[in-house]
Design a protein around this ligand. Structure first.
Ligand code: GLN
Length: 483
Protein backbone atom coordinates (compact mmCIF):
# COMPACT_ATOMS: atom_id res chain seq x y z
CA UNK A 1 0.00 0.00 0.00
CA UNK A 2 2.81 2.39 0.85
CA UNK A 3 4.04 2.63 -2.74
CA UNK A 4 0.88 4.32 -3.94
CA UNK A 5 0.90 7.93 -5.07
CA UNK A 6 -1.88 10.36 -4.16
CA UNK A 7 -3.42 9.80 -7.60
CA UNK A 8 -3.39 6.02 -7.13
CA UNK A 9 -4.82 6.35 -3.62
CA UNK A 10 -7.66 8.51 -4.95
CA UNK A 11 -8.50 5.88 -7.56
CA UNK A 12 -8.26 3.01 -5.03
CA UNK A 13 -10.53 4.82 -2.58
CA UNK A 14 -13.04 5.66 -5.32
CA UNK A 15 -13.04 2.01 -6.47
CA UNK A 16 -13.46 0.84 -2.84
CA UNK A 17 -10.28 -1.28 -3.08
CA UNK A 18 -9.43 -0.17 0.48
CA UNK A 19 -10.68 2.38 2.97
CA UNK A 20 -8.87 5.46 4.21
CA UNK A 21 -8.91 3.90 7.67
CA UNK A 22 -7.09 0.78 6.42
CA UNK A 23 -4.54 2.86 4.55
CA UNK A 24 -4.02 5.17 7.53
CA UNK A 25 -3.42 2.23 9.89
CA UNK A 26 -0.96 0.65 7.45
CA UNK A 27 1.03 3.87 7.10
CA UNK A 28 1.05 4.58 10.84
CA UNK A 29 2.45 1.07 11.40
CA UNK A 30 5.09 1.70 8.74
CA UNK A 31 6.07 4.99 10.35
CA UNK A 32 6.39 3.30 13.76
CA UNK A 33 8.61 0.63 12.22
CA UNK A 34 10.86 2.73 9.96
CA UNK A 35 10.94 6.31 11.18
CA UNK A 36 13.35 5.68 14.07
CA UNK A 37 16.08 5.37 11.38
CA UNK A 38 15.12 8.67 9.76
CA UNK A 39 13.75 10.93 12.52
CA UNK A 40 11.41 12.57 10.00
CA UNK A 41 8.55 13.23 12.44
CA UNK A 42 8.46 15.53 15.46
CA UNK A 43 4.92 14.53 16.45
CA UNK A 44 2.59 11.77 15.36
CA UNK A 45 -1.14 12.42 15.47
CA UNK A 46 -2.58 8.88 15.34
CA UNK A 47 -5.86 9.72 17.03
CA UNK A 48 -6.55 12.71 14.81
CA UNK A 49 -5.58 10.65 11.75
CA UNK A 50 -7.90 7.77 12.54
CA UNK A 51 -10.78 10.15 13.23
CA UNK A 52 -10.18 12.02 9.96
CA UNK A 53 -9.86 8.72 8.04
CA UNK A 54 -13.16 7.43 9.39
CA UNK A 55 -14.85 10.73 8.60
CA UNK A 56 -13.45 10.64 5.04
CA UNK A 57 -14.70 7.08 4.56
CA UNK A 58 -18.13 8.18 5.76
CA UNK A 59 -18.13 11.13 3.35
CA UNK A 60 -17.26 8.79 0.45
CA UNK A 61 -20.00 6.38 1.54
CA UNK A 62 -22.39 9.35 1.31
CA UNK A 63 -21.44 9.87 -2.32
CA UNK A 64 -18.79 12.58 -1.93
CA UNK A 65 -15.63 12.38 -3.99
CA UNK A 66 -12.41 14.36 -4.31
CA UNK A 67 -8.77 13.64 -5.00
CA UNK A 68 -7.78 14.43 -1.41
CA UNK A 69 -10.74 12.86 0.38
CA UNK A 70 -9.12 10.27 2.67
CA UNK A 71 -5.54 10.97 1.52
CA UNK A 72 -2.89 10.64 4.24
CA UNK A 73 -0.43 13.52 4.48
CA UNK A 74 1.73 15.27 7.07
CA UNK A 75 2.44 18.92 7.77
CA UNK A 76 5.81 20.53 8.22
CA UNK A 77 5.90 21.50 11.89
CA UNK A 78 5.61 25.22 11.24
CA UNK A 79 2.00 25.05 10.06
CA UNK A 80 -0.16 25.77 13.09
CA UNK A 81 -2.38 22.84 14.04
CA UNK A 82 -5.05 23.54 16.63
CA UNK A 83 -4.41 21.83 19.95
CA UNK A 84 -1.34 20.06 18.58
CA UNK A 85 2.28 20.98 19.25
CA UNK A 86 3.66 23.25 16.54
CA UNK A 87 7.35 23.44 17.38
CA UNK A 88 9.04 24.94 14.31
CA UNK A 89 11.88 22.57 15.17
CA UNK A 90 12.78 24.75 18.14
CA UNK A 91 13.11 24.36 21.89
CA UNK A 92 11.46 27.79 21.98
CA UNK A 93 8.15 26.27 20.85
CA UNK A 94 8.53 22.76 22.26
CA UNK A 95 5.61 23.45 24.61
CA UNK A 96 3.50 25.41 22.11
CA UNK A 97 0.12 24.05 21.12
CA UNK A 98 -1.32 26.23 18.40
CA UNK A 99 -4.69 27.79 19.26
CA UNK A 100 -5.87 27.64 15.63
CA UNK A 101 -5.23 25.89 12.31
CA UNK A 102 -3.17 27.53 9.58
CA UNK A 103 -5.23 28.27 6.46
CA UNK A 104 -3.34 25.54 4.57
CA UNK A 105 -4.11 23.03 7.32
CA UNK A 106 -7.78 24.03 7.45
CA UNK A 107 -8.19 23.93 3.66
CA UNK A 108 -6.58 20.51 3.37
CA UNK A 109 -8.62 19.17 6.28
CA UNK A 110 -11.81 20.41 4.62
CA UNK A 111 -10.74 18.63 1.41
CA UNK A 112 -10.61 15.44 3.49
CA UNK A 113 -6.90 14.86 4.06
CA UNK A 114 -5.75 12.73 6.98
CA UNK A 115 -2.95 14.25 9.07
CA UNK A 116 -0.51 11.55 10.19
CA UNK A 117 1.77 13.95 12.02
CA UNK A 118 4.06 16.96 12.01
CA UNK A 119 7.39 16.65 10.25
CA UNK A 120 10.87 17.54 11.42
CA UNK A 121 12.57 20.67 10.08
CA UNK A 122 15.51 22.98 10.56
CA UNK A 123 14.90 25.28 13.51
CA UNK A 124 12.61 28.09 12.30
CA UNK A 125 13.24 26.82 8.73
CA UNK A 126 16.82 28.10 8.75
CA UNK A 127 19.11 25.66 7.02
CA UNK A 128 19.73 23.43 4.04
CA UNK A 129 20.51 20.17 5.81
CA UNK A 130 17.91 19.63 8.52
CA UNK A 131 20.63 19.44 11.12
CA UNK A 132 19.61 22.48 13.16
CA UNK A 133 16.41 20.95 14.56
CA UNK A 134 16.01 20.83 18.33
CA UNK A 135 14.68 17.30 17.74
CA UNK A 136 17.84 16.06 16.06
CA UNK A 137 18.98 15.70 12.48
CA UNK A 138 16.89 13.95 9.82
CA UNK A 139 18.61 11.21 7.76
CA UNK A 140 18.40 10.80 4.01
CA UNK A 141 16.69 7.47 3.15
CA UNK A 142 18.97 7.14 0.11
CA UNK A 143 21.99 7.00 2.41
CA UNK A 144 21.50 7.30 6.15
CA UNK A 145 24.91 8.96 6.54
CA UNK A 146 23.81 11.88 4.38
CA UNK A 147 21.54 14.86 4.99
CA UNK A 148 18.08 14.96 3.38
CA UNK A 149 18.35 18.68 2.65
CA UNK A 150 16.47 21.37 4.50
CA UNK A 151 14.67 23.00 5.90
CA UNK A 152 11.76 20.68 4.96
CA UNK A 153 13.96 17.60 5.45
CA UNK A 154 11.41 15.71 7.56
CA UNK A 155 8.66 16.03 4.95
CA UNK A 156 11.11 15.02 2.22
CA UNK A 157 12.63 12.01 4.03
CA UNK A 158 9.19 10.70 5.02
CA UNK A 159 7.77 10.94 1.49
CA UNK A 160 10.93 9.53 -0.12
CA UNK A 161 10.91 6.57 2.30
CA UNK A 162 7.29 5.83 1.37
CA UNK A 163 6.05 6.54 4.89
CA UNK A 164 3.32 8.59 3.22
CA UNK A 165 2.55 9.82 -0.30
CA UNK A 166 2.94 13.59 0.12
CA UNK A 167 3.49 16.34 2.66
CA UNK A 168 3.32 20.09 3.01
CA UNK A 169 6.52 22.10 3.12
CA UNK A 170 7.71 25.70 2.87
CA UNK A 171 10.37 27.41 0.79
CA UNK A 172 12.06 30.67 1.80
CA UNK A 173 15.24 30.12 -0.18
CA UNK A 174 14.90 26.57 -1.47
CA UNK A 175 13.46 24.49 1.38
CA UNK A 176 10.98 22.65 -0.84
CA UNK A 177 13.09 22.27 -3.97
CA UNK A 178 16.45 21.42 -2.39
CA UNK A 179 15.23 18.56 -0.15
CA UNK A 180 13.16 17.34 -3.13
CA UNK A 181 16.37 17.18 -5.15
CA UNK A 182 18.29 15.43 -2.36
CA UNK A 183 15.65 12.72 -1.86
CA UNK A 184 14.37 12.10 -5.42
CA UNK A 185 11.06 13.91 -5.03
CA UNK A 186 9.08 16.48 -6.95
CA UNK A 187 8.61 19.72 -5.01
CA UNK A 188 6.92 22.94 -6.00
CA UNK A 189 7.40 26.42 -4.56
CA UNK A 190 4.43 28.45 -5.76
CA UNK A 191 4.38 32.11 -6.74
CA UNK A 192 4.64 34.38 -3.67
CA UNK A 193 1.04 35.04 -2.63
CA UNK A 194 -0.44 31.91 -4.20
CA UNK A 195 -0.63 29.91 -0.94
CA UNK A 196 -1.73 31.57 2.29
CA UNK A 197 0.91 32.22 4.94
CA UNK A 198 -1.68 32.66 7.68
CA UNK A 199 -0.75 30.33 10.54
CA UNK A 200 2.54 29.44 8.89
CA UNK A 201 5.17 30.50 11.44
CA UNK A 202 7.20 33.21 9.74
CA UNK A 203 10.88 33.01 8.95
CA UNK A 204 11.30 35.75 6.31
CA UNK A 205 7.85 37.04 5.44
CA UNK A 206 8.61 38.47 2.00
CA UNK A 207 10.19 35.19 0.86
CA UNK A 208 8.24 32.39 2.63
CA UNK A 209 5.84 30.32 0.59
CA UNK A 210 4.14 26.99 1.31
CA UNK A 211 3.89 24.23 -1.25
CA UNK A 212 3.69 20.49 -1.90
CA UNK A 213 6.37 17.77 -1.69
CA UNK A 214 5.43 14.52 -3.41
CA UNK A 215 6.86 11.84 -5.63
CA UNK A 216 5.30 13.01 -8.89
CA UNK A 217 4.24 16.20 -10.60
CA UNK A 218 0.75 14.71 -10.82
CA UNK A 219 0.64 14.50 -7.01
CA UNK A 220 2.04 18.01 -6.59
CA UNK A 221 -0.85 19.23 -8.75
CA UNK A 222 -3.35 17.46 -6.49
CA UNK A 223 -1.85 18.75 -3.24
CA UNK A 224 -1.32 22.29 -4.54
CA UNK A 225 -4.98 22.38 -5.59
CA UNK A 226 -5.91 21.88 -1.95
CA UNK A 227 -3.45 24.51 -0.66
CA UNK A 228 -3.73 27.41 -3.11
CA UNK A 229 -6.17 30.29 -3.11
CA UNK A 230 -6.90 33.76 -1.84
CA UNK A 231 -7.00 34.26 1.91
CA UNK A 232 -8.21 37.56 3.38
CA UNK A 233 -6.28 36.71 6.56
CA UNK A 234 -2.96 37.03 4.71
CA UNK A 235 -2.37 40.57 3.45
CA UNK A 236 0.10 39.28 0.83
CA UNK A 237 -2.27 36.63 -0.51
CA UNK A 238 -3.21 37.38 -4.12
CA UNK A 239 -6.81 37.28 -5.30
CA UNK A 240 -6.23 35.34 -8.53
CA UNK A 241 -8.44 32.45 -9.59
CA UNK A 242 -6.89 29.02 -8.96
CA UNK A 243 -6.69 27.02 -12.19
CA UNK A 244 -7.29 23.27 -12.39
CA UNK A 245 -3.68 22.09 -11.97
CA UNK A 246 -4.39 18.45 -12.84
CA UNK A 247 -5.96 19.61 -16.11
CA UNK A 248 -2.73 21.43 -17.00
CA UNK A 249 -0.58 18.27 -16.89
CA UNK A 250 -1.26 16.98 -20.36
CA UNK A 251 -0.40 19.95 -22.57
CA UNK A 252 2.00 19.32 -25.43
CA UNK A 253 5.56 20.64 -25.09
CA UNK A 254 5.80 21.25 -28.82
CA UNK A 255 7.47 24.62 -29.33
CA UNK A 256 7.95 25.27 -25.59
CA UNK A 257 10.89 27.66 -25.27
CA UNK A 258 13.27 26.56 -22.51
CA UNK A 259 15.98 28.95 -21.38
CA UNK A 260 19.19 27.57 -19.91
CA UNK A 261 21.18 30.31 -18.13
CA UNK A 262 24.87 30.20 -18.92
CA UNK A 263 25.74 31.41 -15.41
CA UNK A 264 24.40 28.12 -13.99
CA UNK A 265 27.35 26.15 -15.33
CA UNK A 266 30.10 27.93 -13.42
CA UNK A 267 32.95 26.33 -11.52
CA UNK A 268 30.86 25.56 -8.44
CA UNK A 269 28.64 23.00 -10.19
CA UNK A 270 29.50 19.30 -9.89
CA UNK A 271 30.21 18.28 -13.53
CA UNK A 272 28.24 15.07 -13.05
CA UNK A 273 25.16 17.14 -12.16
CA UNK A 274 25.81 19.35 -15.20
CA UNK A 275 25.72 16.23 -17.37
CA UNK A 276 22.40 15.09 -15.88
CA UNK A 277 20.96 18.56 -16.49
CA UNK A 278 22.03 18.34 -20.14
CA UNK A 279 20.41 14.90 -20.38
CA UNK A 280 17.12 16.30 -19.11
CA UNK A 281 17.35 19.08 -21.68
CA UNK A 282 17.80 16.49 -24.45
CA UNK A 283 14.79 14.57 -23.16
CA UNK A 284 12.62 17.69 -23.28
CA UNK A 285 13.92 18.50 -26.78
CA UNK A 286 12.69 15.08 -27.88
CA UNK A 287 9.26 16.12 -26.61
CA UNK A 288 9.29 19.19 -28.83
CA UNK A 289 10.85 21.86 -26.62
CA UNK A 290 13.22 24.42 -28.12
CA UNK A 291 16.34 25.26 -26.12
CA UNK A 292 17.85 28.69 -25.89
CA UNK A 293 20.89 29.91 -23.94
CA UNK A 294 20.00 32.89 -21.75
CA UNK A 295 21.78 35.04 -19.17
CA UNK A 296 20.92 35.99 -15.58
CA UNK A 297 23.78 38.47 -15.05
CA UNK A 298 23.00 39.40 -11.43
CA UNK A 299 22.78 35.86 -10.13
CA UNK A 300 26.19 36.11 -8.46
CA UNK A 301 24.85 38.79 -6.09
CA UNK A 302 21.82 36.78 -4.99
CA UNK A 303 23.34 34.81 -2.09
CA UNK A 304 24.76 37.87 -0.29
CA UNK A 305 21.49 39.75 -0.84
CA UNK A 306 19.37 36.85 0.41
CA UNK A 307 21.57 36.32 3.48
CA UNK A 308 20.99 39.96 4.45
CA UNK A 309 17.25 40.17 3.69
CA UNK A 310 16.23 36.80 5.18
CA UNK A 311 18.06 37.31 8.52
CA UNK A 312 16.79 40.93 8.67
CA UNK A 313 13.19 39.78 8.39
CA UNK A 314 13.87 36.87 10.73
CA UNK A 315 15.33 39.13 13.41
CA UNK A 316 12.14 41.15 13.31
CA UNK A 317 9.77 38.14 13.17
CA UNK A 318 11.53 36.33 15.99
CA UNK A 319 11.38 39.30 18.36
CA UNK A 320 7.95 38.03 19.44
CA UNK A 321 9.59 35.09 21.21
CA UNK A 322 10.42 36.89 24.43
CA UNK A 323 9.50 34.37 27.11
CA UNK A 324 6.46 36.43 28.11
CA UNK A 325 3.36 35.37 26.22
CA UNK A 326 4.10 31.89 24.91
CA UNK A 327 6.95 29.53 24.20
CA UNK A 328 10.01 28.82 26.31
CA UNK A 329 10.63 30.80 29.50
CA UNK A 330 13.85 30.54 31.49
CA UNK A 331 13.81 29.44 35.14
CA UNK A 332 13.79 32.08 37.90
CA UNK A 333 14.46 35.28 35.94
CA UNK A 334 16.01 38.01 38.07
CA UNK A 335 14.30 40.83 36.19
CA UNK A 336 12.70 41.59 32.84
CA UNK A 337 15.96 41.96 30.93
CA UNK A 338 17.25 38.70 32.38
CA UNK A 339 13.97 37.04 31.36
CA UNK A 340 14.38 38.20 27.75
CA UNK A 341 18.05 37.37 27.57
CA UNK A 342 17.96 33.92 29.05
CA UNK A 343 14.65 32.83 27.47
CA UNK A 344 15.99 33.71 24.03
CA UNK A 345 19.53 32.54 24.75
CA UNK A 346 18.32 29.16 26.01
CA UNK A 347 15.32 28.76 23.68
CA UNK A 348 17.01 29.48 20.33
CA UNK A 349 19.73 27.32 18.82
CA UNK A 350 23.05 28.56 17.42
CA UNK A 351 22.01 29.08 13.78
CA UNK A 352 18.89 31.03 14.76
CA UNK A 353 20.92 33.24 17.10
CA UNK A 354 23.48 33.83 14.34
CA UNK A 355 20.74 34.96 11.95
CA UNK A 356 19.13 37.23 14.54
CA UNK A 357 22.49 38.92 15.13
CA UNK A 358 23.22 39.33 11.41
CA UNK A 359 19.70 40.62 10.78
CA UNK A 360 19.64 43.06 13.67
CA UNK A 361 23.04 44.40 12.60
CA UNK A 362 21.92 44.85 8.97
CA UNK A 363 18.86 46.78 10.11
CA UNK A 364 20.60 48.97 12.66
CA UNK A 365 20.96 52.73 12.22
CA UNK A 366 24.08 53.49 10.22
CA UNK A 367 24.23 50.08 8.56
CA UNK A 368 20.71 49.92 7.11
CA UNK A 369 21.64 51.74 3.88
CA UNK A 370 24.86 49.83 3.41
CA UNK A 371 23.34 46.36 3.84
CA UNK A 372 19.56 46.10 3.89
CA UNK A 373 18.81 48.81 1.34
CA UNK A 374 21.56 47.59 -0.97
CA UNK A 375 20.28 44.02 -0.71
CA UNK A 376 16.80 45.21 -1.68
CA UNK A 377 18.25 46.93 -4.75
CA UNK A 378 19.98 43.70 -5.74
CA UNK A 379 16.69 41.93 -5.26
CA UNK A 380 15.14 44.19 -7.87
CA UNK A 381 18.02 43.52 -10.28
CA UNK A 382 17.55 39.77 -9.85
CA UNK A 383 13.87 40.17 -10.60
CA UNK A 384 14.60 42.32 -13.65
CA UNK A 385 16.92 39.61 -15.01
CA UNK A 386 14.07 37.12 -14.83
CA UNK A 387 11.58 39.51 -16.42
CA UNK A 388 13.97 40.04 -19.35
CA UNK A 389 14.55 36.28 -19.67
CA UNK A 390 10.83 35.51 -19.68
CA UNK A 391 10.39 37.84 -22.65
CA UNK A 392 12.39 35.28 -24.60
CA UNK A 393 11.53 31.90 -23.03
CA UNK A 394 8.61 30.12 -21.33
CA UNK A 395 10.58 28.14 -18.77
CA UNK A 396 14.06 28.40 -17.25
CA UNK A 397 15.86 25.12 -16.58
CA UNK A 398 18.97 24.28 -14.58
CA UNK A 399 20.30 22.30 -11.64
CA UNK A 400 18.45 22.56 -8.31
CA UNK A 401 21.67 22.24 -6.32
CA UNK A 402 25.38 22.47 -7.17
CA UNK A 403 26.15 19.22 -5.31
CA UNK A 404 24.31 16.10 -4.17
CA UNK A 405 23.42 15.59 -0.49
CA UNK A 406 26.48 15.92 1.71
CA UNK A 407 27.42 13.83 4.73
CA UNK A 408 25.82 14.63 8.06
CA UNK A 409 28.02 17.09 9.92
CA UNK A 410 30.16 17.93 6.87
CA UNK A 411 29.27 21.63 6.87
CA UNK A 412 28.55 22.17 10.56
CA UNK A 413 31.67 24.20 11.22
CA UNK A 414 31.20 26.44 8.19
CA UNK A 415 27.75 28.03 7.86
CA UNK A 416 28.76 30.00 4.76
CA UNK A 417 29.64 26.76 2.93
CA UNK A 418 26.06 25.65 3.56
CA UNK A 419 24.64 29.03 2.42
CA UNK A 420 26.49 28.67 -0.91
CA UNK A 421 24.56 25.48 -1.65
CA UNK A 422 21.41 27.61 -2.10
CA UNK A 423 22.79 29.39 -5.17
CA UNK A 424 20.22 28.05 -7.66
CA UNK A 425 17.12 28.21 -5.50
CA UNK A 426 17.15 31.57 -3.70
CA UNK A 427 16.74 33.73 -6.81
CA UNK A 428 13.16 32.47 -7.28
CA UNK A 429 12.31 33.60 -3.73
CA UNK A 430 13.93 36.99 -4.20
CA UNK A 431 11.82 37.47 -7.34
CA UNK A 432 8.69 35.73 -5.96
CA UNK A 433 8.59 33.33 -8.91
CA UNK A 434 7.31 29.74 -8.90
CA UNK A 435 9.89 26.94 -9.11
CA UNK A 436 9.83 23.16 -9.22
CA UNK A 437 12.47 20.50 -8.67
CA UNK A 438 12.12 17.08 -10.29
CA UNK A 439 14.23 13.91 -10.16
CA UNK A 440 16.76 13.71 -13.00
CA UNK A 441 19.28 10.99 -12.15
CA UNK A 442 21.84 9.89 -9.58
CA UNK A 443 25.43 10.66 -8.60
CA UNK A 444 27.16 8.13 -6.31
CA UNK A 445 23.76 6.62 -5.51
CA UNK A 446 22.39 10.00 -4.40
CA UNK A 447 19.49 11.70 -6.23
CA UNK A 448 19.94 14.81 -8.36
CA UNK A 449 17.22 17.35 -9.15
CA UNK A 450 16.56 19.60 -12.10
CA UNK A 451 14.89 22.93 -11.40
CA UNK A 452 12.27 24.58 -13.60
CA UNK A 453 11.26 28.23 -13.12
CA UNK A 454 8.26 29.94 -14.72
CA UNK A 455 6.64 33.39 -14.81
CA UNK A 456 4.26 34.44 -12.02
CA UNK A 457 1.26 32.14 -11.52
CA UNK A 458 2.46 29.65 -14.15
CA UNK A 459 2.55 26.73 -11.69
CA UNK A 460 0.47 24.80 -14.24
CA UNK A 461 3.22 25.19 -16.83
CA UNK A 462 5.84 23.82 -14.41
CA UNK A 463 3.64 20.86 -13.55
CA UNK A 464 2.93 20.25 -17.24
CA UNK A 465 6.63 20.11 -18.15
CA UNK A 466 7.52 17.94 -15.16
CA UNK A 467 4.63 15.56 -15.81
CA UNK A 468 5.53 15.11 -19.47
CA UNK A 469 9.14 14.51 -18.44
CA UNK A 470 7.99 11.93 -15.89
CA UNK A 471 5.86 10.13 -18.49
CA UNK A 472 9.07 9.62 -20.47
CA UNK A 473 11.62 8.93 -17.71
CA UNK A 474 11.61 6.73 -14.63
CA UNK A 475 13.96 8.55 -12.23
CA UNK A 476 11.03 9.58 -10.03
CA UNK A 477 9.93 5.95 -9.59
CA UNK A 478 13.23 4.81 -8.04
CA UNK A 479 12.90 3.74 -4.41
CA UNK A 480 15.63 3.91 -1.77
CA UNK A 481 16.87 0.47 -0.69
CA UNK A 482 15.39 -0.62 2.60
CA UNK A 483 12.24 1.43 2.14
N1 GLN B 1 18.74 27.42 3.19
C1 GLN B 1 18.02 28.65 3.18
C2 GLN B 1 18.15 29.32 4.52
O1 GLN B 1 18.68 28.74 5.39
C3 GLN B 1 16.58 28.45 2.82
C4 GLN B 1 15.75 27.86 3.90
C5 GLN B 1 14.29 27.84 3.55
O2 GLN B 1 13.92 27.88 2.37
N2 GLN B 1 13.45 27.81 4.57
O3 GLN B 1 17.73 30.40 4.72
Amino acid sequence: MHHMTLAEIARGLADKKFSSEELTKALLARIAQLDPQLNSFISLTEELALGQAKAADARRANGESGALLGAPIAHKDLFCTQGIRTSCGSKMLDNFKAPYDATVVAKLAAAGTVTLGKTNMDEFAMGSANESSHYGAVKNPWNLEHVPGGSSGGSAAAVAARLLPAATATDTGGSIRQPAAFTNLTGLKPTYGRVSRWGMIAYASSLDQGGPLARTAEDCAILLQGMAGFDPNDSTSIDEPVPDYSASLNGSLQGLRIGVPKEYFSAGLDPRIAELVHNSVKELEKLGAVIKEISLPNMQHAIPAYYVIAPAEASSNLSRFDGVRFGYRCENPENLVDLYKRSRGEGFGAEVQRRIMVGAYALSAGYYDAYYLKAQKIRRLVKNDFMAAFNEVDIILGPTTPNPAWKLGAKNSDPVAEYLEDVYTITANLAGLPGLSMPAGFVDGLPVGVQLLAPYFQEGRLLNVAHQYQLNTDWHTRTPTGF
